[in-house]
Design a protein around this ligand. Structure first.
Ligand code: GDP
Ligand code: IMO
Ligand code: MG
Length: 429
């Protein structure tokens, strides 16, 4: 029996959806434990592409349970849309395979208005959020004013909580953010029917996971975002509002740390970032444009163009330490085919010092220059390759070097978006 956490080591969009879908084959259940519909996880199966924002990426396997843990913030309208979109495409989704924690917090219309209002007010200093109300929702959770699924399915509790908070929210929206306000009657009209649709899905997710663990079944925990978007360990304040690191799988799902057996760190073979914030290896040249185009680097949630740069192993090593990684999954290696030489950042030059560790202070990070190691590229298309020994020699060397610099074994190599485009070196389970 193994329970495995999959997390992003960089700034998100490393290919978590693809690898979780692949590994779900061996698991009994797949659990999301943080984030919300700021996430966009892509699965490509039989040439068809599916993007999930809230539903765990195990949903394409008919016999797996997909669980949304207490640590996730859920926009119920988006969740219902996602369920019916999948159903329209012939995927079975119902209370038999999709369960939501009664403790998960709800994203409310005023959270989205506040998110947009704040970003607008910040102007050039904005974070570049996804505008989905994620930060304001987690903020209410921390200040104990949130509304949870257990409240949604109890209409009296829902009305009472909404009415007690709305005055303050609307005062802030109108007077400070100069934004439109939220209407109580309209929210009730929208949200009470959501309760009826979602009620059969709402349960104690922690109990279900722990039952599965006791029965010796494998559980997969699916992280969203990436380590450097973590509210504590990321490039604060250019981060999301939850802990994205593996440790939060326990908190956000209701399971003890003694039940986790492995942590896979997702590493894109280069680096991307959506939204603002420091990015030492970012490329502002033709190579950056080429990677962006070849990798089709557009946000799966907002459609924004992703910023692109060379692989940064200071970042990956930082993630290896914080998450206690037991293995790496390297994705999008195929995108680098055709580049004459590749650069890997191994350390940073900060004034006269060579830094091996990722700096916490943003002012220091902003002045860091990457120190690169150059490796020869390869020209062949590698998407059909199934065995590490069949990779061009230079591609094999590039992957091997990632493992060495990250001080973590590479277990999976992804050479294309489909399930079949994968080389498994070591089964994580
Ligand atoms: P996630 O948020 O970590 O799940 O990643 P996204 O789905 O936002 O972005 C990853 C993108 O890369 C998606 O479009 C995937 O279909 C695609 N992808 C994943 N792995 C590979 C790969 O190895 N090669 C290529 N070319 N595309 C990949
Ligand atoms: P997945 O799970 C990439 C970024 C936003 C913004 C910052 C804060 O698909 O990897 P938020 O809306 O969370 O308050 O925005 O975080 N961000 C992501 N970037 N992938 C994601 O998710 C992201 N989720 C949030 O772009 O910079
Ligand atoms: Mg994504």
């Amino acid at each position: 029996m193994s329970n495995i956490v999959v997390i992003g080591t960089q700034w998100g969009d490393e290919g978590k959806g693809k690898v979780v879908d692949l590994l779900a084959e061996k698991a009994r259940m797949v659990v999301r434990f943080q984030g919300g519909n700021n996430a966009g996880h892509t699965m490509v199966v039989g040439g068809e592409s599916f993007i999930s924002h809230l539903i765990p990426s195990g949903i394409l396997h008919p016999d797996k349970a997909c669980l949304i843990g207490n640590g996730v913030v859920v926009d119920p309208g988006v969740l219902i849309e996602e369920i019916s979109h999948l159903q329209d495409r012939g995927i079975s989704v119902g209370p038999h395979n999709l369960l939501i924690s009664e403790n998960a917090h709800l994203i409310m219309p005023y959270h989205k208005l506040i998110d947009h209002g704040r970003e607008r007010l910040k102007g050039d200093n904005k974070i570049g959020t996804t505008g989905r109300g994620i930060g304001p929702c987690y903020e209410d959770k921390a200040t104990r004013r949130g509304i949870r699924f257990c409240d949604l399915i109890d209409p009296d509790a829902f009305r009472e909580k909404l009415s007690s908070i709305l005055g303050e929210k609307n005062f802030y929206l109108k007077e400070f953010l100069k934004s439109e306000t939220a209407d109580e009657a309209a929210i009730l009209e929208e949200y009470l029917p959501y309760a009826e649709v979602l009620r059969p899905h709402v349960t104690n997710v922690s109990v279900l996971i722990n039952q599965a663990v006791k029965a010796g079944q494998d559980v997969l925990f699916e992280g969203a975002q990436g380590t450097h978007l973590d509210i504590d360990h990321g490039t604060y304040p250019f981060v999301t509002s939850s802990n994205t690191v593996a440790g939060n799988a326990c908190c956000g799902a209701g399971i003890g740390p003694t039940r986790i057996h492995g942590v896979i760190g997702m590493v894109k073979a280069y680096t991307t970032r959506v939204g603002r914030g420091p990015f030492p290896t970012e490329l502002h040249d033709k190579v950056g444009d080429l990677i962006q185009e070849r990798g089709v680097e557009f946000g799966a949630t907002t459609g924004r163009r992703r910023r692109c740069g060379w692989l940064d192993t200071v970042v990956v090593r930082n993630a290896a330490r914080i998450n206690g990684l037991t293995g790496l999954a390297v994705t999008k290696l195929d995108v680098l085919s055709g580049l004459k030489t590749l650069k890997i950042c191994t350390a940073y030059q900060y004034k006269k010092d060579k830094l091996q560790e990722f700096p916490t202070n943003l002012k220091v990070l902003e002045q860091c220059e990457p120190i690169y190691e150059e490796l020869p590229g390869w020209s062949d298309d590698i998407t059909a390759i199934q065995d590490i020994d069949d990779l061009p020699k230079n591609a094999g060397t590039y992957v091997k070097r990632i493992g060495e610099l990250a001080e973590t074994p590479v277990q999976i190599i992804s050479v294309g978006p489909g399930r079949e485009h994968t080389i498994v070196l070591q089964d994580p389970f």
